[in-house]
Write a new protein. Structure first.
Length: 385
């Protein structure tokens, strides 16, 4: 089966090409050619000439969407529902994210992601385990009773995914350097977060295998004049990345500007930290038996603590371009190529080039989504964002 997307300009991840035809076979891009050179195809999609194809967005932190919460029901059905909700906003790859929970729930979540990948649920790249090896002092919305010290049983669960990538968020000062090394050696991507670690502790954590930071600024030690803290370590280090929630709630726009423009290119990654509210009109939900309410763009519990976001990736891209004062296409890279690199899959995802997976988003001149393809398949419910 061969399909062709034609009529639009193409942003391949580096530059905007003129009008091109993107040729797809077996879920992968096999050619990006001049329209006159496009081969015969089983299906052809003609887009308006003011449309632009960009690499599909990759979200490393997705707790829920479409009214579903991964923690509440860690199943393949939940993953499918979350993926469909975010696919409508251009997310073609994502990590279903489980916040701190019991080991048995973690096992169910890992098994569900493994099955989702085996069955080809669109967009699933692996799992993000945000906890349970966190610091209670920086727990945020996480259940303090479920935060635990690292042990063999916990390490076994975190390293148990057979297919796809595993990202874990942990507090380095709680977990210890030896456990971080073991996770790194097992192929787990290790990010620091929900932590009281200082600047010096983070230097040791980098050496042990920490490569990223979860939702920069939030639930971590701040940058101050005499103690750079975790934020300072994240901004200074040239080999790591950080995720940032550009929803105007978690981080002030001026702080987004400062972080993005302090970091090396490729080090700032957009994440949504999205909750079930994305893609539905009823935005309140239960998290661990606690009612989370939506007010003035924010999701909070009764005490006023932020509980994830109502952010979608298309909005994150637009917000980041505005807040950080970067070109919109650089914000696209922050949502596609850079997260792919963080997971070590940028040789297959994050660009529109031959040999890459055909996960593509089409936007019109107003940057509204008019088409989404995941693994070469057009998503029929993803043209209404």
């Amino acid at each position: 089966m061969r399909s062709v997307i034609e009529g639009a300009r193409v942003f391949d991840g580096d530059a905007v090409l003129g009008h091109r035809s993107v040729v797809i076979e077996e879920g992968c891009i096999v050619a990006v050619v001049e329209p006159r050179d496009a081969p015969d195809a089983t299906t052809r999609t003609m887009l308006d000439d003011d449309c632009l194809l960009v690499p599909g967005f990759i979200d490393l932190q997705v707790n829920g969407g479409g009214g579903a919460l991964f923690n509440a029901a860690p199943s393949i059905a939940t993953i499918r529902r979350i993926g469909a909700a975010h696919g409508a906003f251009g997310t073609t790859g994502f990590l279903p994210t489980l916040i701190t929970d019991d080991l048995e729930v973690m096992r169910e979540a890992v098994a569900a992601v493994d099955l989702a990948i085996a069955e080809g649920v669109p967009g699933v790249l692996g799992i993000h385990l945000e906890g349970p090896f966190l610091n209670v002092a920086r727990r945020g919305i996480h259940d303090a009773d479920k935060i635990r010290d690292v042990d063999e049983a916990g390490l076994a669960v975190v390293t148990s995914l057979r297919r796809g990538k595993t990202l874990v968020t942990l507090a380095p000062e709680q977990t210890g350097l030896e456990a971080i090394r073991r996770l790194r050696d097992a192929g787990v991507v290790v990010a620091a977060g929900h932590s009281t670690a200082g600047y010096a502790e983070m230097q040791a954590a980098f050496e042990a295998g920490v490569t990223g930071f979860t939702h920069l600024y939030n639930a971590m030690t701040p940058l101050t004049s005499r103690e750079p803290g975790m934020v300072g370590a994240a901004l200074e280090d040239k080999s790591s990345w950080f995720g940032i929630i550009a929803d105007g709630q978690h981080v002030h726009p001026a702080s987004v500007f400062a972080a993005v423009n302090s970091k090396q290119r490729g080090g700032a990654i957009l994440v949504t930290d999205a909750m079930p509210s994305v893609g539905v009109t009823n935005k309140s939900f239960l998290l661990g038996g606690e009612r989370i309410a939506y007010l003035d763009g924010a999701l909070r519990n009764a005490e006023g603590t932020l509980a994830g976001s109502d952010l979608d990736m298309l909005s994150a891209v637009g917000n980041a371009a505005e807040y950080a004062r970067v070109d919109w296409l650089e914000a696209v890279r922050m949502a596609s190529r850079y997260p792919a690199a963080a997971l070590g899959i940028d040789d297959r995802f994050g660009s529109i080039r031959p040999g890459y997976v055909a996960s593509i988003v089409a936007v019109d001149r107003h940057r509204r989504i008019v088409g989404v393809w995941i693994d070469g398949e057009r998503q029929v419910n993803a043209e209404a964002a």
